[in-house]
Design a protein around this ligand. Structure first.
Ligand code: ZN
Length: 125
């Protein structure tokens, strides 16, 4: 993984370009991950836990804490959409939401994911 900028400035700002990290897996990476899923580091890039849930706007409660939820789900993102773990775990793909009820509402619809991936493909090197 490189952290070098690729000189394309703000192309695709907000959807993961300009940071030097690849968006899509290579064939061999994909094959490897189908056999054994990569480790997630969802919270690594996130700032501290916010006061309230992204979905309902309520604070965490006992038994229902806020947790980092993926907009494009991690497993499907790797297996089906061939996105890199780095892209999937970047803050832009994560929202803090209650573990129960709200977490799954963060997830994009199949159609939205398809559109997003198509957009990423067009802009990807
Ligand atoms: Zn909530």
């Amino acid at each position: 993984m490189t952290t070098a900028r690729d000189g394309r400035g703000n192309l695709g700002a907000g959807i993961g370009f300009g940071y030097g990290d690849r968006v899509f897996l290579t064939d061999s990476e994909h094959e490897t991950y189908l056999r054994r899923m990569p480790v997630r580091y969802a919270r690594r890039g996130l700032a501290g836990i916010p006061e309230v849930c992204h979905v309902c706007g309520e604070p965490a409660v006992d038994g229902n804490p806020l947790q980092a939820a993926h907009r494009v789900p991690f497993n499907a993102g790797v297996r089906r959409w061939r996105l890199t773990p780095t892209w999937l775990d970047r803050p832009g793909n994560l929202r803090w939401a209650h573990r129960q009820r709200c977490n799954r509402l963060v997830e994009l619809s199949e159609k939205d994911i398809e559109e997003l991936v198509e957009l990423l493909r067009r802009k990807s090197p």
